[in-house]
Write a protein that binds this ligand. Structure first.
Ligand code: CO
Length: 350
């Protein structure tokens, strides 16, 4: 499978935090041919292990979940009220198509509606709508009809636009944070499959990053790694109105190596090792400017007695919005950096 097709399959899959089943099944099928063992833990992390010459573990983390919403109320006219899961900017939520997954695993489509401008007052038109005032129209005309559609309190849904190309080498899709990271790890597993790695590799596709780095915490405790790398789809902000010094990453400049974010100050040893690997392989890279966002590395490095943990990200524009974009050359160079890092495994890190 071409890496772009993998990205498409993962971006289109449903995986609101805590409801990552569809993403997990895609990943399980795609990674299984390249590892020795695949398992799912109690809370839903997918762990794919490739045995190395050494029993010590290198954990390679990407989160499966995406931001979304939960149904919190269905009113007597069939409209659905909702609660956010993960960090949304409520100004950009109204006016989008959504997909909901029912308890039976069926999909229902709706739209986050809002009153038309014609009937709004001057003041209302210039103010964002608070999320608790928003609603989803699934086409039901009563609570009973919504129930008949299988829609119930607690059901997850998210804004959905299909994956696709924009222009040569530039793609758009939902949830590139962090399906880009998931795709990087599957492709890295494929490229690393030709020979036995020195350390045992544990690819951890974890749940619940968007609600507090949750899956990474239990996965890291369980795996007890000697070293770890979190792979993210991170904030690309090279766009109008954002000064250069406030752009965490820029598209087209290669993978972003994190120095620090809100969840971790990366050990300089790990940053230097990533730089050395990139330089040796002539892989372009940039730094993710401190200290925007948090990552699974925040949970992993604090596990047990502490874990040396690095972060490498694919720059993605418009994350935590209905659509995100990335440059395929950044995606490819992130795969190269992760693969080279695993192969080289800088000795001074262990
Ligand atoms: Co993320």
């Amino acid at each position: 499978m071409q890496p772009i097709e993998l990205l498409r399959e993962l971006s289109d899959a449903f995986g609101v935090s805590g409801f990552e089943d569809e993403v997990r099944e895609v990943l399980r099928a795609r990674v299984a041919p390249f590892v020795d063992d695949v398992s799912v833990d109690t809370l839903g992390n997918l762990i794919a292990v490739r045995h190395g010459k050494d029993k010590r573990v290198m954990m390679l983390d990407a989160h499966m979940d995406e931001v979304g919403f939960l149904v919190k109320w269905v009113d007597d006219k069939g409209y659905v009220r909702f609660a956010p899961i993960g960090g949304w900017d409520e100004r950009i939520v109204p006016g989008h198509r959504v997909v909901l997954v029912t308890r039976n695993g069926e999909k229902r489509f709706g739209v986050i509606g809002c009153a038309p401008p014609h009937i709004l007052s001057e003041e209302e038109r210039h103010k964002p709508i608070p999320m608790e005032k928003m609603f989803v129209d699934f086409g039901a005309t009563s609570r009973q009809e919504a129930t008949d559609l299988g829609i119930q309190i607690g059901d997850p849904f998210t804004i959905h636009y299909p994956f696709g190309p924009l222009c040569e080498g530039y793609v758009t899709g939902k949830a590139l944070d962090d399906r880009a990271g998931c795709a990087v790890l599957v492709e890295a597993a494929r490229r690393l499959a030709d020979r036995k790695p020195s350390l045992t590799l544990a690819f951890a596709f974890v749940f619940g990053e968007e609600v507090g780095l949750r899956g990474a915490k239990t996965a890291a405790f369980h795996l007890d790694p000697s070293i770890a790398l979190a792979v993210e789809g991170t904030i690309g902000a090279d766009m109008p109105g954002v000064p250069e010094e406030s752009q965490p990453t820029r598209l087209g400049r290669g993978p972003a190596i994190s120095v620090a974010d809100r969840s971790i100050i990366v050990s300089p040893k790990v940053v230097r090792a990533l730089e050395r690997v990139a330089d040796a392989e002539s892989i372009p890279y940039q730094y993710k400017l401190p200290t925007y966002g948090g990552t699974d590395a925040g949970s992993i490095h604090l596990s047990r007695g502490g874990v040396l943990t690095g972060i490498v990200s694919v720059p993605c524009r418009f994350i935590h919005s209905p659509v995100s974009t990335l440059r395929l050359n950044d995606f490819e160079n992130t795969i190269r950096l992760v693969t080279s890092f695993v192969r080289t495994l800088p000795g001074d890190l262990l």
